[in-house]
Design a protein around this ligand. Structure first.
Ligand SMILES: C[S@@+](CC[C@H](N)C(=O)[O-])C[C@H]1O[C@@H](n2cnc3c(N)ncnc32)[C@H](O)[C@@H]1O
Length: 260
């Protein structure tokens, strides 16, 4: 297997975790509001890269006039299967953000919820931006949100297990998402850690292989370089999905790009 194929497979979500994704997921109303506002009367096509189960894709597509084209692309087969079941009227494709095999051009291309950070190397980021630039309609927009690197927080990452969040499963039981083996490499700018699931009441682990998460930290300068080399320009940037300005203290970076 080539390095490219290997990196892709690692980023993809295993079936068992994909099946639980919507239960584990956090509140996505801020994402739905921000991305839906980018869907205008003239938007006739949306491409969601790294679409997961399509739960957000489907919501933002509701702001588009009927008859438009909606396409979601993800590396994980189970994610695509769930999206297909959710909304068979849309197009769901297995594929890589770096080189999505889709026909035509799109009025709006989105990569939501720090999914762009799953591209671990600069060359993948640059390849993705070049592909997106080629897929953007002349007046199209490309929008994405990622976390802003927080040096102090990253320096304090340690391997001890922590409960990252909780959710209620289908049978009404509280489940904890346990993160452990956290590690940050300043050299590769990759934050990694493992996720496991635990019954809150009994402390018993769920019989599920842990998922290894690796996310790359991108600085504004990394994004500016990728946009410039791909022939896109950043025409808006924010520090939150509520359109707060981007400052050194912002938790997120939210960008809207156009063809230069
Ligand atoms: C954190 S989930 C977010 C899913 C969705 N964007 C959302 O907001 O709910 C990240 C998704 O990106 C997918 N993914 C990771 N790397 C990818 C790549 N190179 N190409 C396509 N999908 C990728 C994973 O399989 C997973 O479904």
């Amino acid at each position: 297997m080539s390095l490219d194929e290997n990196l892709g497979k690692e980023a993809s979500w295993p079936d068992a975790w994909s099946a639980l994704y919507d239960q584990i997921d956090v509140d996505r109303q801020p994402h739905i509001s921000f991305y839906s506002a980018l869907v205008g009367r003239k938007t006739t096509s949306i491409l969601d890269l790294g679409c997961g189960t399509g739960s957000i894709t489907v919501k933002i597509a509701q702001s588009m006039a009927p008859g438009g084209r909606v396409t979601g692309v993800d590396l994980a087969p189970k994610m695509i299967e769930i999206a297909q079941q959710r909304a068979p009227e849309h197009e769901w494709l297995l594929g890589d953000i770096c080189d999505p095999k889709v026909e035509g051009q799109f009025d709006l291309i989105v990569i939501m919820f720090h999914t762009l950070q799953m591209l671990l190397e600069d060359r993948q980021l640059h390849q993705a931006f070049s592909s997106i630039s080629a897929l953007l309609a002349p007046e199209g927009r490309f929008a994405f949100d990622i976390y802003q690197p927080n040096e102090a927080w990253l320096a304090a990452v340690d391997p001890a297990p922590v409960v990252a969040r909780e959710y209620t499963d289908a049978s009404g039981e509280r489940i904890e998402v346990l993160e452990s083996n956290g590690e940050y490499s300043r050299q590769s700018k990759i934050l990694s850690g493992e996720w496991r699931l635990r019954h809150k009441q009994t402390g018993r682990m769920l019989a599920l292989e842990p998922i290894v998460q690796r996310v790359r930290q991108f600085y504004p300068s990394d994004i500016e370089a990728a946009a410039a080399q791909s022939g896109m320009t950043i025409y808006a940037r924010f520090g939150e999905l509520d359109l707060s300005p981007l400052t050194a203290k912002s938790k997120r970076q939210v960008y809207i790009c156009k063809k230069a």
